[in-house]
Design a protein around this ligand. Structure first.
Ligand SMILES: O=C(O)C1=C[C@@H](OP(=O)(O)O)[C@@H](O)[C@H](O)C1
Ligand SMILES: C=C(OP(=O)(O)O)C(=O)O
Length: 425
């Protein structure tokens, strides 16, 4: 369970920010690297990993299965071991752990009991459970296709072809693919259903598998991973570009400048789409050797965008939209109802609670800017609700953020980073 903490008064910006904000590593890359390193033939190092609740949970889960994951606060040294139970795995509220770990547990011998936070039991899991069974693993649940469940491993999984409906989460596909080289026949995942969200995250899975020496072929709604060894290699982790959203957004809200150093010239991270999205809102965006610099011209426009591929950017973009000069329409994000919380409902309730005008659409949000007032902003154990609240607080006096510590899911030092950014204005 995440700890709750006293309300955080989100600071108002009293002038344009002018700051360089180095960011910790990507959650999505760190948790993929941990899985691939645990499945590899030899020890390897993950450099500049994210150390946060979600990644510590992944490290803990892999340790519980017999993997060595060492290193106090910086790099992680991963020593693959024989995967075995009995073990208990806590996935917290981490989508990457609840969807990526069970296929690894299926490779272990013994019973692996998997559970998480109360909300984790409500997040969609059915396609992973059904697919693992179809691939030859034994999974015992209460018939709900949800957490908690137990994987009874025999030390090997036959693998083969499986059809899933991954319209609810790309992580169903990624989870099956990441462990697939170690399945006896490899795995071919075929998707049937409404479109799979989060294409960049799928590209990240394929890229990192290939970086580990796996043979991966992809087509439309089909991914094939051949059986084979997973190569040990160093995993350098890029800064988390999705976690850049609120800092870069602060440049837009205050008419200031924010630079995020280390922004990769080419990446599979969805946060890279911020360049185009913030540009469409009127930001001046420059990618160079110093990193990504965003400058706000003063006022800024709303956004009409399909965020299906970059859903995790929604909470911060919605907060920006509430402060913009014109209305916004964010679509393609029905699947956010299954995220840390129902993000569409949470954003409507909390922004409207401050006097906003946000309406829920079948697949998104319509946001009409209005003068906002202070009040308590509830965060529903969702790190990105804390980030969204901070953006609103830049321009609205008296925003009190409930349980700010929940931001530690992916960015434990957030409030300090935020305060330092404002201090350097
Ligand atoms: O694979 C990943 O690392 C992720 C995939 C996405 O999940 P969904 O496709 O469920 O939105 C994203 O929202 C999540 O934050 C991280
Ligand atoms: C949806 C998110 O996380 P998770 O990996 O738990 O799905 C997110 O970080 O916005």
């Amino acid at each position: 369970m995440s700890m709750s903490s006293p309300h955080w008064p989100a600071p108002v910006a009293h002038g344009p920010v002018d700051a360089t904000v180095p960011l910790p590593g990507s959650k999505s890359m760190t948790n993929r690297a941990l899985i691939l390193a645990a499945l590899a033939e030899a020890p390897a190092t993950i450099t500049r990993p994210l150390r946060s609740r979600d990644t510590e949970l992944m490290a803990g889960a892999l340790r519980a299965l017999g993997t060595g994951v060492g290193g106090d606060s910086g790099d992680w040294q991963v020593a693959p071991g024989e995967l075995r139970g009995p073990a208990r795995v806590d996935v917290g509220l981490a989508g990457t752990v609840m969807r990526f770990l069970p296929p690894v547990a299926a490779l272990a011998s013994g019973e692996i009991a998997i559970d998480g936070d109360p909300r984790a039991r409500e997040r969609p899991m059915g396609p992973i459970v059904t697919a693992l069974r179809a691939l030859g693993a034994e999974v015992e649940d209460a018939g709900r296709g949800a957490l908690p469940f137990t994987v009874r491993g025999t030390g090997a999984v036959p693998g083969g072809v499986v059809t899933v409906d991954a319209s609810g989460s790309s992580q169903f596909v990624s989870g099956l693919l990441l462990a697939a080289p170690r399945f006896e026949k490899g795995v071919e995942v075929r998707h049937e259903g409404a479109p799979v969200p989060s294409a960049p995250h799928l590209a990240m899975t394929v890229r990192m598998l290939r970086d580990a020496g796996a043979t991966v072929e992809t087509g439309e709604n089909v991914w094939h991973v051949a059986p084979g060894a997973v190569r040990a290699r160093e995993w350098p982790i890029e800064p988390d570009l999705s976690n850049a959203a609120q800092f870069l957004g602060a440049a837009l809200v205050t008419g200031g400048r924010v630079t995020v150093p280390g922004w990769p010239p080419e990446t599979t991270q969805p946060g890279d789409a911020l360049r185009g999205l913030l540009g469409a809102m009127g930001a001046e965006v420059a990618l160079g050797p110093d990193g990504l610099t965003v400058r706000g011209p003063g006022g800024f426009a709303g956004l009409e965008a399909d965020l299906h591929e970059v859903g995790e950017l929604t909470p911060v973009l919605a907060a920006l939209a509430a402060l913009a000069d014109s209305p916004s329409r964010l679509t393609g994000i029905a699947h956010l109802r299954g995220h840390e919380t129902d993000r569409l409902a949470a954003l409507v309730t909390e922004i409207n609670g401050l006097g906003g005008d946000v309406r829920e659409l079948p697949d998104g949000l319509e946001i009409r800017p209005r003068p906002l007032h202070g009040g308590v902003f509830h965060t529903y154990d969702d790190h990105r609700m804390v980030m969204a609240a901070a953006v609103l607080g830049l321009a609205v006096d008296g925003v009190e953020v409930e349980n700010p510590a929940t931001v530690g899911k992916t960015l434990p030092g957030f409030t300090d980073l935020w305060t330092s950014m404002l201090a350097s204005g």
